[in-house]
Design a protein around this ligand. Structure first.
Ligand SMILES: *Cc1c(COP(=O)(O)O)cnc(C)c1O
Length: 406
């Protein structure tokens, strides 16, 4: 035991020195536009609560109703006795929202992504000898990468293409044209969480079709957020209903509690129910979450102003923060990276902003490349104009003081 303590203590010291140490600040309140930290109410600019449903009265009420009607826990995996009719109803609802044939729920999107790659590529499906290939965007989420790590190297080639670079992807697909792959899979985030940029899904749909590949899109940061009706990156890119396989989380815009899914063709989903290990051997989602997520989808479907409000807030924040003299990564997503360069600057600035009443986090190496440290602002529909203005005022004060304004 003392050996372990020595090792982890040394590593922790090293992490602290290199600014990668991620300290945690605890909230003394619900996740909302304003949160309580150190006894003070501050404006939240760091959550994935994009459309303000994490503490929405309708979602709260639904979650409580879920417990009242279906209990606290299911105490089973889906296929033993952990499927309640509400699980099936939520799967239907997600399919309808995304324009897909069927959906399978998981305890998280992490679990969904792990399941997807391993289940498909590690199964012989009648092929005694075979090889599959996965082309993965360089900036893909850790869960997509780990999902691919579960694929056996003997039967799966894993390749990486430059971030959002369709030419690099096409070059590799061309190179491999003569190889007799069983499955070709193109894997991408819908929205990339460090940059807030959208994958070129319109192009990727064409490319996948041309090379007879499967297009896999993890749309965790986009469902409830992107597109006119919040149906995600495919809607924003004009290819709603045309993605082969979608995965996503219920832990961000969709109420922010937990849960994930794979959605797509009914045969693929039926296959996953038989083969996905994180589905078969892991607990069923609790009724409070199923009800809460279901209410979140209903709200998004019925009230189009929710997504509009998010998009209006985002445009306002992006415009004003640039006017103040900050450098941002241009775009349309509520993730707004405010570029600062040095890790120490980002760290100092986020602490100063917290003192001035704004909760925002810095990101630095190794999460982003060296010299590209930043604050990542995340706008929410829950923010009122006066909350955003209060945050901007703090940005101006701290930015001036630290001499980082243009
Ligand atoms: C947040 C996120 C996940 C993880 O979702 P969980 O449901 O919390 O496991 C997976 N993929 C992407 C792209 C994400 O942004």
């Amino acid at each position: 035991m003392s050996r372990i303590l020595d090792l982890v203590s040394a590593e922790l010291r090293h992490l602290e020195d290199s600014h990668t140490y991620k300290y945690e600040v605890s909230l003394q309140s619900a996740q909302d536009s304003l949160v309580r930290v150190n006894g003070k109410k501050v404006v939240m600019l760091a959550s994935n609560n994009y459309v303000g449903l994490s503490n929405h009265p309708v979602v709260r009420k639904a979650a409580i109703a879920g417990i009242k009607k279906y209990g606290y826990g299911v105490a089973s995996v889906r296929f033993i006795c952990g499927t309640q009719d509400i699980h099936l109803a939520l799967e239907k609802k997600i399919s309808k929202f995304l324009g897909t044939e069927d959906t399978i729920l998981f305890s998280s999107c992490w679990a969904a992504n792990e399941a997807f790659f391993a289940s498909l590529t590690n199964e012989k499906m009648g092929c005694e000898t075979y090889k599959d290939v996965i082309y993965s965007d360089r900036f893909n989420h850790a869960s997509i990468i780990d999902g691919q790590r579960l694929c056996k190297t003997e039967t799966t080639d894993r390749k990486i293409y430059k971030h959002a670079d369709v030419d690099d992807l096409v070059r590799q697909l061309e190179e491999d044209k003569a190889v007799d792959y069983r499955l070709r899979i193109i894997a991408t985030d819908g929205v990339f969480s460090m940059e807030g940029d959208l994958a070129p899904l319109d192009r990727l749909v064409e490319i996948a079709k041309h090379y007879d590949a499967i297009l896999f899109v993890d749309d965790s940061h986009a469902v409830g957020v992107c597109g006119k009706a919040g149906r995600g990156t495919p809607e924003a890119k004009g290819v709603h209903g045309k993605i082969d396989v979608l995965t996503g989380t219920l832990g961000k815009a969709i109420g922010g509690a937990a849960g994930g899914y794979i959605s797509g063709k009914k045969e693929v989903i039926a296959f996953m129910r038989q083969k996905a290990r994180t589905y078969i051997f892991s607990n069923s989602l609790p009724p409070s979450i199923v009800f809460g997520a279901s209410a979140a989808f209903d709200l998004l479907t019925k009230d189009k102003t929710i997504v509009k409000r998010l998009q209006r807030n985002t445009a306002y924040f992006r415009k004003k923060i640039v006017e103040l003299g900050f450098t941002i990564v241009e775009g349309e997503h509520p993730i707004v990276p405010i570029m600062l360069g040095e890790a120490s600057v980002a760290q100092e600035m986020s602490s100063a902003l917290l003192k001035e009443g704004v909760y925002i986090r810095g990101l630095w190496y190794p999460v982003v490349p060296k010299g590209e440290a930043r604050l990542r602002a995340q706008v929410s529909a829950a923010l009122r104009r006066k909350d955003i203005d209060r945050a901007l005022k703090a940005f101006r004060k701290v930015g001036k003081k630290m001499n980082v304004l243009k």
